[in-house]
Design a protein around this ligand. Structure first.
Ligand code: 5IU
Length: 252
């Protein structure tokens, strides 16, 4: 008999962090566990993608530092409006990886001022427990394991990284390609229905696979959506695939 997973409803009941609660509430309201990864390089493309995928996603994952024409007023303000209009959260995939003091500066200063608009951010935990203290006002998704070929996130690294993630009050979840304990949300990138890799080290799995074998909570899809001819249609497809795979993973 296969071990079964906890539902979003039961995770919501024991969620401690306001961002975990919001994510789970949006997931249940939209019947979606999809996060679109906006790896696009202009404000226009970013806003277009947010508009098209907005109704179907629980969060939009950004790499704000790849936007060539970044301008706080022209990029962030309309993005925040779209997030409000379509009810999704903003996840800045900054992958902080420094000492606490430097991360704090990267989080609050510079042109991006991530602290002012991101609902949650990704961070490495390589800097140790206290390096995560600066993300007080947002949720942190800790990078525990990576999807790329040859990653150094070995068993023992992941075990140590999880200890920090599970014990830090700012952490809401982990990115990994392996199962994690049920009291932390699992975010899984490297999801694509058409490809098994990208020729640059990325390794893909299907939504079916990650829900069944990893008991993932949220799938992160980049090129499967933004490179599709019709990004809205692709988002809807991944949303439905992800939701059905989740429902199946609930069955004993
Ligand atoms: N991403 C991964 N794998 C990881 C981590 C992050 O793919 O292990 I940590 C990011 C990189 C990219 C998105 O922003 O998730 C996946 O995009 P594609 O679906 O286009 O491969």
């Amino acid at each position: 008999k296969e071990e079964h997973r906890l539902s979003y409803e039961s995770k919501l009941k024991c969620a401690q962090h306001s961002v975990s609660k919001k994510l789970l509430e949006i997931a249940l309201a939209k019947k979606s566990n999809l996060i679109a990864s906006a790896d696009v390089t202009t404000t226009q493309e970013l806003l277009d993608l947010a508009e098209k995928t907005g109704p179907h996603i629980i969060a939009l994952k950004t790499h704000i530092d790849i936007i060539s024409d970044f301008d706080y007023e022209k990029t962030i303000l309309p993005l925040k409006e779209l997030a409000l209009k379509h009810q999704f959260l903003l996840m800045e995939d900054r992958k902080f990886a420094d000492i606490g003091n430097t991360q704090e500066l990267q989080f609050t200063s510079g042109v991006f001022k991530i602290t002012d608009w991101a609902d949650f951010v990704t961070s490495q935990v390589i800097g140790g427990f206290e390096s995560l203290d600066c993300f007080r006002n947002v949720g942190v998704v800790a990078i525990v394991g990576m999807s790329s070929k040859g990653t150094l996130t070995t068993n023992s690294y992941r075990e140590e990284a999880l200890k920090i993630a599970l014990s830090h009050p700012n952490v809401i979840g982990a990115v990994s390609q392996h199962k994690v304990p049920e009291d932390i949300l699992l975010f899984t990138p490297g999801v694509n229905l058409a490809d098994s890799g990208d020729g640059k080290g990325q390794q893909y799995n299907t939504p079916q696979h990650v829900f069944k074998t990893l008991h993932t909570d949220f799938i992160i899809v980049g090129r499967g959506i933004y490179k599709a001819e019709d990004a809205e249609k692709a988002a809807l497809t991944y949303k439905n695939e992800g939701w059905n795979a989740y429902l199946q993973s609930l069955e004993k």
